[in-house]
Design a protein around this ligand. Structure first.
Ligand SMILES: NC(=O)c1ccc[n+]([C@@H]2O[C@H](COP(=O)([O-])OP(=O)(O)OC[C@H]3O[C@@H](n4cnc5c(N)ncnc54)[C@H](O)[C@@H]3O)[C@@H](O)[C@H]2O)c1
Length: 326
């Protein structure tokens, strides 16, 4: 089997602990080079990664062997690097959110379209087996008609923030936990309930010194007429829970407990312990497939853009105190 030759850009916390091992697990990818803007990171990994680092981002992008790049860099540099990479004819895989703003997302989508390259966005959570089972259950009518979808996604990451870290600053990470965590649920909401029509939000700061929000609450009305709600904090212990309420039952999926509960029309719970899979390797495998076969990714530019549209609308609503149409 031919493998797609890819380069990894960004070996910070997520790039080194999750993305690098996931590339090794994706059997249709071959890592040929890598780069990080921090020379200390290059020093740290150059003896353990079996392929040499590039001396600069330009050298990596000019390397004719590289077919695609995997970008695990801060959100505010997603757009400039993705546009540059697409301009050099490289396929692009970028972590969520696609970018911090719709303007940047549109630049990335246009650059990929003009170059005829793949643009895939790392909205991994919809790939969780529990989430796939909810989607199948909804499509089969197991909970009747969907009426309401609710999610909570939080962890204590905010306590580790310090000046100098990109997540500290509103310009680099607008929305704080909504940008970093809630964006996963926004994508899941689109996957399970379709496009959003209108958004209202409140944000709060209470515990931390950082510029960004710490607590966010978003309510949305979907084009289908149903409602949704997402709560996020950057200060409470980890929880990732999605619940979809229908006219004849409901589903609750606890991501970290790998537990899917289906409640029937009497409200009686039926629990399934779901499989653990490496969602990142699964996404990277799809990236390889897209490069090798021309397949369109499940979460490409339009899906990434749709999630950022809700993020932007929520922040505008929190600022103005008014609901915002998408
Ligand atoms: N899917 C998930 O659940 C998940 C979880 C965590 C992080 N992420 C995403 O991963 C991305 C990276 O997050 P992180 O926590 O690893 O951040 P990080 O700050 O730990 O690492 C980012 C790395 O990018 C490097 N970098 C910055 N600018 C660069 C540039 N111009 N060229 C090359 N390298 C550059 C930095 O030196 C750093 O090593 C973000 O987009 C974040 O949203 C996704």
């Amino acid at each position: 089997m031919r493998k797609a030759k890819i380069a990894l850009v960004g070996l910070g916390s997520w790039g080194s602990t999750q993305s690098l091992p996931a590339i090794a697990e994706a059997e249709n990818l071959e890592l040929v080079t890598w780069f990080d803007a921090n020379p200390d990171i290059i020093e740290q990994y150059k003896s353990t990664i079996p392929v040499p680092p590039a001396r600069s981002l330009e050298e990596l992008l000019d390397n004719p062997v590289v077919e695609g790049v995997i970008l695990i860099v801060p959100n505010h540099v997603h757009a400039p690097i993705a546009v540059q990479a697409a301009g050099r004819g490289k396929h692009v895989w970028v972590e969520k959110p696609i970018a911090n703003t719709l303007t940047e997302a549109d630049q990335m989508i246009r650059a990929a379209e003009e170059a005829g390259v793949v643009l895939q966005v790392g909205h991994s959570l919809r790939r969780a087996p529990g989430m796939r089972m909810i989607k199948k259950g909804i499509d089969e009518g197991k909970i009747g008609e969907v009426a309401l979808i609710e999610a909570h996604q939080s962890h204590r990451g905010g306590w580790t923030l310090a000046p100098g870290v990109w997540r500290w600053y509103s310009e680099k990470c607008p929305g704080g936990p909504l940008n970093l965590l809630g964006i996963h649920q926004i994508d899941i909401f689109h996957y399970l309930a379709g496009p959003v029509d209108e958004v209202m939000a409140m944000t709060a700061k209470k515990f931390l010194q950082c510029e960004t929000e710490e607590i966010t609450e978003v309510i949305m009305r979907f084009k289908s007429g149903v409602l949704g709600q997402i709560g996020d904090t950057y200060v409470t212990p980890p929880k990732t829970l999605t619940a979809v309420y229908g006219t004849e039952g409901w589903f609750e999926f606890d991501f970290w407990q790998y537990k899917l509960t289906y409640y029937d029309i009497e409200g009686k719970p039926h629990v399934t312990q779901v499989q653990r899979v490496n969602l990142i390797a699964d996404e990277f495998r799809e990236f390889g497939e897209c490069i090798l076969t021309g397949k369109r990714p499940e979460t490409g530019g339009p899906e990434g853009r749709a999630a950022v549209a809700v993020l932007e609308a929520a922040l505008e609503s929190a600022r103005t105190g008014r609901s915002v149409k998408i």
